[in-house]
Write a protein that binds this ligand. Structure first.
Ligand code: BES
Ligand code: MG
Ligand code: ZN
Length: 491
């Protein structure tokens, strides 16, 4: 979809379809103009409750050649004074699907927020664009009959009277990064193998100053990464660790951060085999790695002034004849030993070696992203993403970044008293802490491998997919956390 901007009064603007914001407040210049030009039709429709200012309410109106716009869609924006960018993204996301269902090729939209000093022009234009670009996401790669989106061009109309230009390249890149994450998560697990993630990583790295290295089984053996190797043993596809290095601040090597993603291309549970209905969605268990690739795809374009190491900890968790057993003991790269209590708690296992690697490389800050626990959906459902960490300043920085993007996270406690749940008599620790506080003990087992390094863990298990079309998220993968992490890297 092409995007462009136009500075014009509505009266002079020719279009087949114009989307016009409606607020609770009546002081709306654009709507007043339309009302007069359409002989009072707008007021009539408002009085009859056919047009509503309620957020997400859309109404089609034909103008019968009385004005230069052939058709209008009013879109409800709620209260003018408490509009924010996230609301704009959500509403334009829904609007993008509504318009595509009408089968139009070109449309235009009045940029919302007139006379609202809290909203800046460039950010508002970006919010509208992102809403459209990610709200209309579709995945039809494996459909023999495709039904692509009809909308090919969107014009953002600036009716404020000021002459404004806008560079769409960053928001297009951000949207492409988000939709890339969604594509990777949607990819069927018979196509999405560890090697597939390597191919995609190569493509992402080639888009900017990013160096890639791949640790295959041999290299991981040499580094002593027994834990990730153990997870991969039951599969015919070998595990891999992929490292994407971006050096945006060579003058200050300490200005660094690692973004580490769980990359289980399929999670059968291993010998602790999942029941069918739980296994059904487990192609999504590489979402953390997909998020890392999405972030790096944006980093390649936006080039923040920071040294960023993306790490993908990749394996397929399968119950083959050589699979890891409950009771096995494995040693991580940092020397810590783990007894396998449950082969289905494999995310923390692959991450233990990835965090050890990052710490060994002198990384000062770590964010890991994982579809770690089913328990997180019991705690937070699919509204809030679980947030954990060992450094309150870093957590506060992250929360501030999240608040700016509208993505919602909720901090859960990391308290050493919970660690007794995963103590073990054979090895240093075991890989599960039982049912109680399952998301916390899961997080803390990962945290054992961060040591003193500032660390944040995101449990995205229940927010990485949207159960229904909602705002800028169509049903399916959301790519949650990409925008927050990107915002954090840029600031
Ligand atoms: N991949 C799952 C977590 C998951 C569950 C993600 C549902 C998305 C939706 C993870 O590997 C897992 O199975 N975790 C276990 C841990 C337990 C054995 C300690 C869980 O949550 O049951
Ligand atoms: Mg898993
Ligand atoms: Zn599992």
């Amino acid at each position: 979809m092409k995007l462009n901007i136009k500075n014009s009064k509505i009266s002079d603007f020719e279009t087949n379809l114009l989307c016009v914001p409606v607020y609770e407040q009546k002081d709306n210049n654009d709507l007043s103009y339309l009302n007069t030009a359409l002989d009072g039709l707008i007021d009539e429709l408002i009085n009859n409750k056919q047009i509503s200012s309620k957020q997400g309410s859309f109404t089609n109106i034909y103008t019968l050649n009385k004005i230069n716009a052939k058709q209008i869609i009013t879109y409800g924006m709620g209260n003018k004074t408490d509009l924010d960018y996230e609301k704009i993204r959500k509403i334009t996301g829904s609007l993008s699907r509504y318009i595509n269902n009408m089968n139009v090729k070109k449309a235009s939209i009045i940029i919302p927020g007139e006379n609202n000093n809290k909203l800046k022009f460039n950010e508002t234009a970006d919010a509208v664009s992102l809403g459209f670009l990610i709200g209309s996401y579709k995945y039809d790669k494996y459909k023999t009959k495709k039904s692509p989106n009809s909308l090919q061009e969107l014009t953002l109309l600036n009716t404020s009277g000021q002459n404004i230009s806008h560079d769409f390249s960053d928001i297009i890149n951000e949207s492409e990064s988000i939709n890339l994450v969604r594509d990777l998560i949607n990819e069927p697990p018979n196509y999405m193998h560890p090697g597939t993630l390597e191919e995609i990583s190569t493509k992402v790295a080639s888009k900017g100053p990013i160096e890639m290295s791949v640790l295959n089984v041999k290299e991981m053996e040499i580094l002593g990464m027994e834990v990730i190797l153990g997870v991969g043993k039951g599969s015919t596809h070998d595990p891999k660790m992929i490292i994407l290095n971006y050096q945006g601040d060579k003058s200050d090597p300490d200005n660094n951060i690692a973004i580490i993603g769980k990359g289980i291309t399929f999670d059968s549970g291993g010998l602790n085999l999942k029941p069918g209905n739980s296994m059904r969605t487990m192609k999504t268990d590489m979402s953390g790695s997909a998020v890392v690739l999405g972030v790096m795809n944006a980093v390649a374009h936006q080039k923040p002034k920071k040294n960023i190491m993306g790490i993908l900890a990749i394996a397929e968790n399968m119950p083959g004849g050589s699979a890891q057993r409950p009771g096995d003991v494995v040693k991580a790269m940092n020397g810590k030993t783990i007894e396998i209590d449950n082969t289905d708690a494999e995310g923390r296992l692959v991450l233990s070696d990835a965090l050890s690697y990052a710490v060994d490389k002198g990384i000062n800050k770590i964010i890991d992203i994982a579809t770690l626990t089913g328990a997180i959906s019991v705690a937070l459902g699919n509204e809030y993403t679980g947030l954990f960490g060992n450094d309150q300043n870093f957590l506060d920085e992250f929360k501030k970044s999240a608040a700016e993007t509208g993505e919602k996270f909720w901090e859960l406690p990391v308290d050493q008293n919970y660690s007794s749940q995963y103590k073990n008599s054979i090895a240093d620790i075991q890989n599960s802490g039982g049912r109680d506080a399952g998301s916390i003990t899961g997080a803390m087992i990962i945290g054992e491998f961060a040591g003193d390094t500032s660390w944040i863990h995101l449990d995205i298990a229940s927010t990485i997919t949207s159960p229904k079309d909602k705002g800028y998220n169509p049903k399916g993968p959301t790519a949650i956390s990409v925008r927050t992490i990107l915002n954090l890297l840029k600031n």
